[in-house]
Design a protein around this ligand. Structure first.
Ligand code: F6R
Length: 604
């Protein structure tokens, strides 16, 4: 939800800001802008444009903006529609301060009223503009002190970057609730919402914690707490490659990320096994119940994880939407483990639900991709998935990595609790190691899936069906299709179909049926017969070559067989990612940045 980037150093600032914005565009893309302390004109120059970063880039062509310090923003509208006025950065009345902001200032209306009474004129409908005016109102002779004062006045969630003509050598940044990192370079320093924004300049970072303020010049970074006391922070280094944040010859990030899955699964498996001393496993002996909380695709991973944890670790699991769990009175105690799953580790609903559960006495384990993210730091335990940055807004490689992590977590917990022998543990490890090459097999179906997509891309609706451990994959297939192609789609447990959705079926409805050769195969055959009897179009995702499946299906997408049937979801989801991708590209949709969506949802 909005991305911010800032630079102070020796380089020309405009290209650094634009590169940073391009890498943050997945966070929001309805308008963008930059503010530069122009060293020649000795003032803040602000340029904004509605639309994507490339529109801002075109707008800036031929403009002579000189400076080595600036801040920039890509917006996902919350207060006020996308427009030049509402785009960030926002400036104060006398143009002495410029501000970029990710988050929501909840008490902005009241602050705005007070400022208007004092004579301030507002140019935008945003909540952010109050910050610029507050800085001007309270500045005496020290920007840090002014920011400390303003920070105490504003309520809500925010990551803010500030520059000022009054102290033109620095950026001041503050954070509460929204992500913000400081990138450390040689004679240059950065702020950004996320690591990829500045990865081509540095791999060394500090994460700001809530209510911390950074004062950043080109050769110094100082961090303060809200009381104005200096805080020592330990920098960390990421080993992400800049290539991971680029398309690498693929037409879209989403396609690249789908194709990266053999590698990301390999990395996630080895990351998991290098972390077997994670203290969470000792805790597993005491745990009596598990609640998995997450949103969107991560929630679907949780639904699959429930099957594995109940099977291998023999602990009852409930799975809930984080946004719902937070607002019901669910009893937890110290024997409850709450597993919060989040690619970004910044999703507000998931974070706040986890924080509440922890306050009530539960232990919190997070499964997170982004190292150092808020959720990972707010949890008692963390297991990372090792996917590198995921730029496509639709989650793909991080979903399969979450699945692999949940599977291994379930097995390892079963081992710690005495339900799985060392020998079985090793056998299962061996099965998991076969996944990357099996995923490569699935990817060979790409052309077939593209052909199927050409046949059905004009369908108005799609139905996705699966049973047992594969029913959450039906949910995920439907979500992928609707979010990037805007075609209405529903996922259902196949056995539930006859209780309602069967009424939808006619000769125009493509029904994607996930039917691996597992213990529910025969049941799934019966469900497909029900679809066929109502003239539905069957697209089967299967490893079976039985006559029955062949004769019932209009189209077949092959997946390889796997020894351990519990692993099928990790394979069966990949054709559905490709199906959504191809249908959306045939329809000419922007698959990496679908309308109305943002990669990281830091508002409730
Ligand atoms: C769908 C998608 C979203 C996210 C959801 C949670 O493709 O990406 O549904 O899964 O917003 O995000 P994280 O996992 O970052 O908490």
């Amino acid at each position: 939800m909005c991305g911010i980037v800032g630079y102070v150093g020796y380089r020309k600032v405009v290209p650094v800001l634009l590169h940073g914005l391009q890498r943050l565009e997945y966070r929001g893309y309805d308008s963008a802008g930059i503010a530069v302390l122009d060293s020649e004109k000795k003032k803040i120059v602000v340029e904004k444009q509605v639309g994507k970063i490339k529109d801002l880039q075109e707008h800036l062509w031929g403009k002579d903006i000189n400076g080595n310090i600036g801040i920039a923003h890509t917006r996902w509208a919350t207060h006020g529609p996308p427009s030049i006025e509402n785009a960030h950065p926002h400036t104060s009345q006398k143009d002495e301060f410029a501000v970029v902001h990710n988050g929501i200032i909840e008490n902005y209306a009241q602050l705005k009223e007070e400022l208007i009474k004092k004579g301030y004129v507002f140019k935008s409908q945003t909540d952010t503009e109050v910050v610029a005016h507050l800085l001007e109102e309270y500045y005496q002779d020290n920007l840090l002190n002014t920011v400390l004062k303003v920070a105490k006045m504003i309520e809500g969630a925010y990551a803010i970057g500030i520059i000022s003509t009054l102290e033109p050598d620095k950026i001041v940044a503050l954070r509460k609730g929204s992500p913000l990192i400081v990138g450390l370079g040689e004679n240059e320093n950065f702020i950004a919402s996320d690591i990829p924004a500045v990865l081509e300049y540095t791999k060394k970072f500090i994460t700001l914690d809530d209510e911390e303020i950074a004062v950043i010049t080109k050769d110094k970074v100082e961090i303060y707490n809200i009381k104005g006391e200096k805080v020592e922070k330990k920098p960390f280094t990421v080993n992400w490659d800049i290539a991971a944040a680029e398309k690498g010859g693929y037409k879209h990030f989403m396609l690249k990320e789908i194709y990266e899955q053999p590698k990301t699964i390999t990395d996630t498996i080895s990351g998991f096994f290098s972390d077997l001393n994670n203290p969470v496993y000792k805790e597993m002996k005491n745990i009596e119940s598990i609640v998995i909380i997450a949103c969107g695709t991560s929630y679907h991973a949780g639904l699959v994880g429930k099957f594995w944890i109940e099977k291998y670790a023999k602990i009852p699991v409930i799975v809930d939407y984080a946004s719902e769990f937070r607002y019901r009175d669910f009893p937890v105690n110290e024997k409850t483990l709450v597993i919060a799953i989040s690619q970004s580790g910044e999703t507000a609903d998931t974070r706040f639900a986890a924080i509440d559960a922890k306050k009530k006495g539960a232990k919190v384990l997070s499964i997170v991709n982004v190292v150092g993210s808020s959720l990972s730091r707010e949890s008692d335990f963390v297991i990372y998935t090792y996917c590198g940055p995921e730029i496509g807004v639709a989650a793909t490689k991080t979903f399969t990595a979450q699945l692999v992590t949940l599977f291994l977590f379930a097995v390892k917990s079963g081992f710690e609790r005495g339900y799985i022998s060392q020998e079985d543990f090793e056998k299962i490890h061996h099965d998991v190691n076969s996944l990357p090459s099996l995923v490569n097999e699935v990817l060979k179906e790409d052309k077939n899936i593209e052909n199927i997509s050409y046949k059905y891309h004009n369908a108005k609706d799609f139905l996705f069906l699966g049973r047992g451990i594969n029913y959450p994959i039906a949910f995920e297939g439907a979500l992928k299709l609707k979010e990037i192609s805007y075609i209405h789609a529903e996922g259902y447990p196949a056995g539930e179909m006859k209780h309602g959705p069967i009424a939808l079926i006619d000769e125009t409805l493509p029904v994607v049926c996930i039917i691996p050769k597992d213990s529910l195969y025969e049941k799934m055959i019966s469900n497909i017969q029900e679809v066929k009897a109502r003239k539905g179009i069957v697209i089967a995702v299967t490893d079976s070559e039985d006559k029955e499946v062949v004769s019932l299906s209009d189209n077949i997408i092959k997946i390889p067989s796997v020894k351990n049937e519990n692993l099928y979801p990790i394979l069966s989801v990949i054709p559905l990612q490709l199906l959504a991708y191809h249908i959306a590209t045939i329809l000419g949709k922007d698959v990496d940045q679908p309308r109305n969506l943002a990669k990281t949802v830091t508002v409730e």
